[in-house]
Design a protein around this ligand. Sequence first.
Ligand SMILES: [Zn+2]
Length: 617
Amino acid sequence: MAIHSAKTTDQIKNRCDLVELIGEYLRLEKKGNNYVALCPFHQEKTPSFSVSPDKQLYYCFGCGEGGDHFKFVMKMENLTFPDAMELLARKTGVTLPDKNNNKTKESITEKLFELNDLAMRYFHYVLQSTKEGQKARDYLKNRGFTLSSIEEFKLGFAPSEWDAFLEVANKKGYSRELMLKGGLIASRSDGRGHYDRFRNRLMFPIMDLRGRVVGFGGRVLQEAPGTPKYLNSPETPLFDKGRYLYGIYQAKDALRQQREALIVEGYTDVIALYQGGVRNVVATLGTALTPMQAKQLRQQVEKAIMAFDADDGGRSATLRGLNILINSGLKIKVAEIPQGKDPDTVLKEIGAKAFQELIGKALPFLDYQIKQLKEKYHLDTAEGKNQFGREFLVLLNNFAGDLEKEHYIKQVAEELAISEEVLRLELKKIRDKKRSSEKKSNNLNINGKNNIIREHVFNPAEEFLLKLLLCYEGVFERIDELERTSRKDGLQFFSKEMQKIIEACRILRENGENVRVASLLNCIDEEELIQNYLTRAAFAAQQWGELSEEEVRKMTDDCIRKVKKTSLKNRRSNIEAEIKKREQSGDSQKVKELLYEWEKLNLAERELGLEKEGWTW
Ligand SMILES: [Zn+2]
């Protein structure tokens, strides 16, 4: 059990509002006294993730994840407690007590962020201020990119030398090992030395939601055979193509305001549209949309419009992405960009206003799909109708709600002169077939992680007692006393988790501190599950009004009695089982001992039963 200087953690928390901190990652919405968002720790379609500004705690009623600033950053950024502490200290300008010792073991993640930042600034400088950057400046000017766009997206240019960046980073004291790890240099194939990965390329820094550079995309100025047009950072500890969306940092405010995202395919599309006033625009990084990207978007917006090139490649990418977006709970529309053009070109041709109108006319996902299907088959032949009908119904079954099903069945029946009844009957067949195959696959992975909500550690009375403990003075003394005496009698009424919480309370008391959730969380920073339960209790207690001293006393009494009772009962049934086992193996001495203990428990239970049952819940 680590104790951190409560002063430092408090200082950090005081300087950084939890609502603001979480707001950097998630779109929060005010609801009553709290803020809610879609939980980043489990998949969900309606928000059950709550943040309390008063308590400065978060808790998810869907998956049971909860905690404070530190826990959130740890989970979100996949950091250890010291690293989360370091990150938040830097953010808030709080000096950590043993900073000098920490400096040497600064995490690799932080160093890579620093290195990426250096690379971004270097490439940006080359583009803006050097002779070598001239051709890139010309290129950008020809494509109509303004200086403020170049600034906003921190575009850059990587010189054509083999080791320009390597030398710069070397002078700044970064090791080659780190540069390799960050994907900025590569090893020569003969094993002798290294060279810059990005050379003679226009550089697009790829940022996370918080504006930190996670990787780069590099584009050649002139296409040449044998050289890929685009080159991305390889997979690094910071960069994963499937995780990030280009432009999400710049688009963040617009996304949250408009609650709608426009998804395009290329870096330059993003910049051109942003410059043209379409600010809620992001792009995938040259891959089909991944579930992780969809989830990230869903945390910011409710609707997404796909605007992909209308050529075949674009269309199939659109289709692949759509299913993923829909499964993430986003409402989807598809904007049809004229054949053979990309959004950037179209915007230039028709202007920003007309482009907005085009986006405004985007078709709902199902309409778009049905339109595609109609173009695919010859609907004037029986065979074509048949093929169309089959695919149409599979589509409905997978993606339509009941009302939508009715709507589209009526529409298609009329257009194709088929009876609605036949369509409904066929739809039912498809549904039944899908259900039975789903059942089969469910049975196969019955041990999978289906139930999101983790098993409750506490029994209800114990949890209630914990809530009282967190909210009212004097409750701890009662619990403390009970725990000490029960231990002396060789009984333990509390779960292991509760015992740890009681232990943490004692430590706080010994240090002259009050029992508060925030300080308790500090004491048990390595016990994730206990942290979850603490925050859960704190959140639940929030719903109470102020209780009178008398009410608190009575509730505490009741809880303690129930905790005792449950614990005695559990012990007794365990002993009964043990007795049976020993009897079978003929261990009469042990049976005698167990019977004696059983009698003791029985007596204790009866005594408890005589106490008057008071308030119940
Ligand atoms: Zn959750």
